[in-house]
Unconditional design. Structure first.
Length: 323
């Protein structure tokens, strides 16, 4: 049997293991769903690549429910995702993308497992870029992007959670508590990346404790090494569909201002520290003229500041003078 014959005979279940995957084995319902007197896991890849077959299969799935109200599309999605992760199977990528264009299939498939695809995307963005560019498609990316905020840290997180950190342009941080969910090879890879120490004052994130936590900068995953592997078309796809989303998480030094010391300068003898950036907002503290403050953000007319008592709030820039 030649190679093409082998490929043509490959079933969804072939060449993968369901014993040690991103899914619990008991959650993979093999020997349960059938189509044309064939268990779903025995469906051949070549058949699912055929548009007419997929159309008929989708119609069958739409009209068929099991007794426990679980759609067989969940199993198909699981097997295709396993093939993508374990084998980097380009055919599985295409099939899952095409099937997921049907909302009911996506609802019982990639929308359930978007987080698992997101982890694989972070580990292997090259695969998603090359396949997405090849098929001019963003279906799987569209299921991934809403999950990114569970993994990647926005710059505002550090400010909102009272963190002192030396941010640099272009950094991209992974939440430390998410690192353990990735593969061992990925954890070894990012262990060589640089980190930034974040010193937290008590906040909800730290369970109201003082903590120092290191954040790994994973920007190299989407940097020059990746770009060097892309052709022009793939680079355009990356810039348009992925980099444009990642920019919400990448540190931008043009928007990040260094903290600096200043003093209050108000002819009335004091000024008000307010909760929000307007003159009618709640007053948190009265700050006397001449008192030192720390400016945390000066990107608007209302500066975010910290008083000597440690309170944070907003003071209009007209009341602040650099030392």
């Amino acid at each position: 049997m030649n190679r093409n014959q082998v490929v043509n005979e490959t079933r969804l279940i072939d060449d993968i293991t369901v014993d040690n995957t991103i899914f619990q084995k008991n959650d993979i319902d093999l020997k349960k769903y059938q189509y044309n007197n064939q268990y779903f896991e025995d469906i051949k890849i070549k058949d699912l690549l055929d548009e007419n077959y997929r159309t008929d299969f989708i119609k069958f799935l739409r009209e068929t429910k099991t007794e426990d109200d679980t759609f067989g599309s969940t199993l198909v999605s699981q097997l295709l995702i396993i093939r993508i992760i374990q084998l980097s199977d380009v055919n599985a990528f295409y099939i899952l993308s095409e099937l997921s264009k049907h909302n009911f299939f996506a609802y019982n498939g990639i929308e359930l497992y978007g987080e698992k695809l997101t982890k694989f995307f972070i580990e292997n963005p090259l695969f998603f870029i090359q396949q997405g560019a090849k098929y001019h498609d963003t279906t799987l990316l569209d299921s991934i992007f809403p999950q990114l905020e569970e993994f990647l840290v926005k710059e505002s997180f550090f400010k909102d959670n009272l963190c002192e950190i030396d941010l640099k342009n272009g950094q991209l941080f992974l939440f430390p508590d998410k690192e353990k969910e990735f593969s061992e090879s990925f954890k070894r890879k990012i262990s060589r990346f640089s980190t930034e120490e974040c010193i937290f004052s008590p906040s909800l994130y730290t369970a109201w404790q003082n903590k120092t936590i290191n954040f790994v900068d994973i920007s190299p995953l989407f940097g020059e090494e990746l770009s060097n592997k892309l052709n022009v078309f793939e680079e355009n796809y990356f810039n348009k569909n992925i980099r444009s989303v990642l920019k919400d998480y990448i540190i931008d030094s043009e928007k990040t201002t260094s903290q600096f010391s200043a003093i209050i300068n108000d002819l009335d003898g004091y000024t008000n520290l307010r909760r929000d950036q307007n003159a009618s907002s709640e007053i948190l503290q009265k700050v006397k003229s001449g008192e030192p403050i720390e400016v945390l953000d000066n990107t608007s007319d209302w500066f975010l500041v910290k008083t000597k008592e440690g309170k944070e709030g907003y003071i209009h820039k007209s009341r602040v003078r650099s030392k």
